[in-house]
Each structure stands twice: as C-alpha cells, then as structure tokens.
Design a protein around this ligand. Structure first.
Ligand code: HEC
Length: 233
C-alpha cells in the first residue's frame, strides 16, 4: 500500500476509535429511570401516563398507599408498583397489576366498588406499558421555542459535538467550544447543514449511522437558534 494512503487509513482508524460512538439520546439516567425529550407517540411512559392513573385510582388512603397497603400491595413508587403489583415486563397477561383490571369476578376487580373502574383507554395504556417492558421512563417534551446559546446550544456542543470538535487537534480542524466557534459555523450554514444532513454538508455527528446520534429536539433547537440570528444569550 502506498505509504501516504496507509498513513491516512491509520489516522482515520485512530480517529474513529477514539471517539465514542454511543447513542447520545441525552437520556438522563438515574437508577433505572430515563427521561427523554423526544417523545415517541407509540410509547407509553410511566411518569407521564401510568403513575398518574395509579395515583388517582389506586394509591390512596384506604387502598394501596404505603399506610394501608391493602393485600400487601403498595402502589406509591415505581419500585413498589413493579414488586407488589407483580408486574412482569413484556407480559401484561401474567402481571397482577393488569389482571385485576380485567377481572370478571366483581369481588376481585380493581378498583373495587364504589371506586369507578378504569376506562378502556387507561386499561390499554397499562397493558401497552407492561408490553413495552414496564420501564421507569418519562418523556419531557421538546422546548424549541425558548432557545438560548447558554441554555441549549452550548450543552448540545458539550455533550454531542465536543467529543470530536475540541482540544488541540479537533476533527475536521473545527473547534466547537466557544460562542465564536459555534456562531462562525452557524453563519456559513454549516451548522444547520451538518445536523439536518443537508446535501453538500458533512453529516454530523456520524457519517455511517447518523440518525442515532442527535435527537430531533436538539436539531429543532439548533435551527431555531440559527433562525433567531445565533444570539449570544
Ligand atoms: C465522531 C466525531 C464527530 C462528532 C461527534 C461530530 N463531528 Fe463534526 N466533524 C467530524 C469530522 C471527522 C469532520 C471532518 C469531515 C469528515 O471527515 O466527515 C467534521 C466536520 C464538521 C463540520 C464541517 C467543517 C468544515 O470545515 O466543513 C461541521 C460544521 C461539523 N463537523 C459540525 C459538527 C456538529 C455541530 C457536531 C455535533 C452535533 C459534530 N460535528 C459532531 C467529526 C465529528
């Protein structure tokens, strides 16, 4: 192999392996809970949908709050719901939490009278949530209206772009650390071009599997900030 080509192949190999190619959904992981900004309309989220249903219909005094713990079932937290509600991830039909909702026996159905039964939509939400893995998940929603450099754009650069675009030898010879760095590529159209994968621009952050690496919400925020005239706010 030609020496110069070999040199470049090695350099690219090193560059490729030194950058982390893990999906950065900016998921905020605490214990086993996750919160995402991009809401998937097919996903039923625990914190958004399931917990409110259970709080309103099950986890109150006289029933399944921590003090009453009727039947040993406490439905106040995610961990307790999974454990005492005998939730089997992926298997709603084997999960007590779901089975009691569709119980035929009037003595066993939950919530018991005079409590009002859950609606079919609520029952289906619980079914789907268990089917989808009964995760401790939350969807935060995307704010692409009130976008600032310090509050939104800089954190995107820090968490997604600076893995490659910082330091003494930034990839593409492009540093994205300061406001001046970022506004310079905003001005030329390269910033929006890169993250929207527009024709004629480098697809960022990853050429091969670009779809994974920058959440839609972040793309919308970048576009908004650039359209606002990339203010230093
Ligand atoms: C995995 C490493 C990596 C990440 C992460 C990354 N880039 Fe890049 N970037 C590169 C490389 C390498 C180049 C040089 C072009 C090429 O080879 O694809 C480049 C080039 C660019 C260019 C074009 C520079 C020019 O001179 O035309 C822009 C703009 C850019 N990146 C923006 C971003 C933004 C914005 C992010 C974060 C959303 C990002 N990049 C994340 C590796 C990365």
């Amino acid at each position: 192999m030609n020496k110069i080509i070999f040199f470049w192949v090695m350099l690219l190999t090193i560059a490729a392996t030194s950058c982390k190619h893990e999906p950065q959904d900016l998921a905020i992981a605490t214990d086993d809970s996750t919160a995402t900004e991009d809401c998937n309309s097919d996903t039923i989220y625990f914190k958004n949908t399931i917990q409110p249903i259970i709080n309103a219909s099950c986890a109150y005094s006289g029933c399944h709050d921590v003090t009453t713990a009727e039947d040993g079932v406490i439905l106040d937290t995610y961990a307790n719901i999974i454990q005492t509600g005998k939730v089997k991830a992926g298997k709603p039909e084997d999960s007590k939490l779901y089975k009691v909702l569709v119980e035929n026996d009037p003595d066993d159905i939950m919530p018991p009278p005079p409590g009002s039964p859950l609606s079919s939509v609520q029952i289906n939400d619980i079914y789907q949530w268990i089917l989808q893995g009964a995760k401790n998940n939350e969807c935060l929603g995307c704010d692409s209206v009130n976008v600032t450099f310090a509050g939104n754009i800089l954190p995107i650069m820090q968490t997604i772009c600076q893995t490659c675009h910082s330091g003494s030898a930034p990839l593409g010879n492009l540093s994205l650390v300061t406001y001046d760095d970022v506004s310079a590529v905003a001005m030329t159209g390269q910033l929006v071009g890169a993250v929207t994968h527009a024709d004629g621009y480098f697809t960022m952050p990853d050429k091969e599997d670009s779809t994974k690496y920058i959440p839609n919400c972040k793309i919308k925020q970048i576009i908004k900030w650039v359209n606002d005239g990339y203010p230093d706010n």
